[in-house]
Design a protein. Sequence first.
Length: 243
Amino acid sequence: MAPHPPTVGFDLDMTLIDSRPGIKAAYEELTARTGTPIDTDLVVSRLGPPLEQELAHWFPAAEVDAVADLYRELYPRHAIGHTLALPGAREAVRAVREAGGRAVVVTAKYGPNAELNLAHLGIEPDAVVGSLWAEEKAQALRAHGATVYVGDHTGDIRGARAAGALSVAVATGPFGAEELRAAGADVVLPDLTEFPAWLAGREAQGYRVPGSRASSGAGLPDPGPGAPEARDAEPSGPREFRA
């Protein structure tokens, strides 16, 4: 029996898009508006945790919420034009849709700004869900019936596992391949350029249920020598939250 067309979730920052130049520009404008010095190179080296958590390194706690609102207001004008599509991003989303499936972006970024980035870069998912981080992403993944979640951060791995989805990690963000494997990724790819071939092999051979020992490896393409390692998912770790 042919497998049901997949619903695949994708993270946004450093999975589909290189948001570092845009975020750097937005933080530089934030510095100009507030007069508060911010090490923007340090900020873009550790993308992933909540915006408010990053802002707390630079602003008093009582000011963080207001500054976060200001940052999100500044973002469309100062960040969108500097943001780049990562290699293979458009092709990865297109591959899911051409397989008869649905591509859903589930991101910690503020949803309207995420949609602006995708429209600017011509990346066309079926749905976008914003403001979810780590295990919280499971809410959207389950609601959309996603069986695979692709991300670059260990928080994305935890989100996939909390949703019972296969975790596909790409080493285009702050973590290398070995760190992603150690965090529990089922599959690790160097970047999204390899995703369409991986998906095609998975579609041809069927799908396995993540975490099922009885079906371990079923439905995954033969990895071959030197290919990314696949492993069964385990229970998720400590919960984190994103505003």
